[in-house]
Design a protein around this ligand. Structure first.
Ligand code: TTP
Ligand code: CA
Length: 363
């Protein structure tokens, strides 16, 4: 059965939020920087707006280099919590356009897939209308633009959304898939990284069309069965993976640095409680409970350690998280005599809470 899938990718997400929060930034180059643990030296660019990109600034570039490319750009520190809150609201808007809650998949802070096969009756013209509504709603409610790709599967939808950016919309109907992919450089195929790209180049395969024309056995010989088969299929525009809410791998977490490297219980537990409170707030706003609590610590020598606890049933609420986090932290303190630098707490194995109203709807 034909499917219709939308992929939404927010435009220059962190920098767009900063522009929205401070309209005086609108016509300036804006660079959002992830500064290293403490201090502003040695940070890397998280993202930048399109004016900054014109000067050659890119994600992951050292902030110092960005500064030399565009000295008059505005450099701002990452405000992750703000972006996460905006993301959660954007995702709620997007989710509301999917066929159902289960037909929604949030793949990163600013990207999601929505299956709309039923909502559009498998009609790509109606899908175009839904795509426009999505863009309209996000702009109206969050004053942010996004780029939309619509296709018969996730692979094509994802590649379509990056075809016209920012504020674009690209629709690839099933009979257009072949032309859409044919002349694209092979490394534009979603899922192909640097290593595979270079290997293919050595095999004189430069375009997706050439890859699609390859003999499957030849690809299997070079890349192994799983990868070889996938390459052939993907290059032919075939992708059967379903759009599903990723509750099992989905996590809610917070991590922060201590004011100084320390083993002081009061300092560590104060920060831990603060982080746990934030996690609970997020879990409550998403109406989820959790089965697993994961704690990560980074010691003063940058060594990282992780411990987790999984309950036999889903739990929720501040008390259980505080208690579990403290127990795990005591184990960390017990097992090591190193100072702590950063601590993080996450919950996973999330389960949607079924409220009274939705229970009624089942019957
Ligand atoms: P992207 O969607 O890759 O980039 P973007 O939204 O900034 O720009 P585009 O218009 O091209 O989609 O990433 C989403 C956010 O993730 C981005 O705003 C900042 C963050 N990010 C990093 O912190 N580091 C990185 O290296 C990248 C690529 C993104
Ligand atoms: Ca984006």
């Amino acid at each position: 059965m034909e499917r219709v899938i939308i992929h939404v990718d927010m435009d220059y997400f962190y920098a767009a939020i900063e522009e929205r929060e401070d309209p005086s930034l609108k016509d300036k180059a804006v660079v959002v920087c992830m500064y290293s643990n403490r201090g502003e030296e040695g940070g890397a660019v998280s993202t930048s707006n399109y004016i900054a990109r014109e000067a050659g600034i890119r994600s992951a570039m050292p902030c110092k280099q960005a500064k030399s490319l565009k000295p008059d750009a505005v450099f701002l520190p990452v405000r992750k919590e703000l972006y996460e809150n905006v993301s959660a609201r954007v995702m709620d808007i997007l989710r509301s356009h999917a066929d159902s809650e289960e037909n929604f998949e949030n793949i990163s802070i600013d990207e999601a897939f929505l299956e709309i096969s039923q909502n559009c009756g498998r009609d790509f013209e109606k899908a175009r209308y839904i795509g426009m509504r999505v863009k309209h709603d996000v702009l109206e409610h969050e004053k942010l633009t996004c780029s939309v790709g619509i296709g018969p599967n996730k692979l094509i939808a994802k590649m379509a959304s990056s075809f016209r950016k920012p504020d674009g919309m690209t629709i690839v109907k099933p009979d257009e898939v072949r032309d859409f992919l044919n002349d694209m450089p092979v490394n534009r195929l979603w899922g192909i990284g640097k290593v595979t790209g270079e290997k293919l180049k050595k095999m004189s395969i430069e375009t997706i069309g050439q890859l699609a024309a390859c003999d499957t056995q030849e690809l299997i010989a070079e890349f192994g069965k799983k990868r070889g088969t996938w390459l052939k299929k993907a290059a032919s525009g075939i992708d059967e993976s379903p759009v599903t809410e990723r509750t099992a791998t989905d996590q809610i977490g917070r991590m922060a640095s201590l004011k100084e490297d320390t083993r002081n219980d009061d300092m560590i537990f104060a920060l831990l409680d603060e982080l746990a409170d934030d996690v609970i707030k997020k879990a409550e706003s998403r109406k989820v409970s959790f089965r697993t609590v994961i704690m990560t610590v980074i010691f003063s020598n940058f060594r990282m350690a992780t411990k987790s606890r999984t309950f036999s049933h889903a739990v929720s609420g501040k008390d259980i998280l505080h208690e579990t986090a403290r127990e795990i932290m005591l184990q960390f303190l017990h097992e090591s005599n190193m100072d702590f630098r950063r601590i993080g707490i996450r919950v996973s194995n999330l389960q949607q809470d079924v409220g009274q109203k939705s229970l009624l709807e089942y019957f």
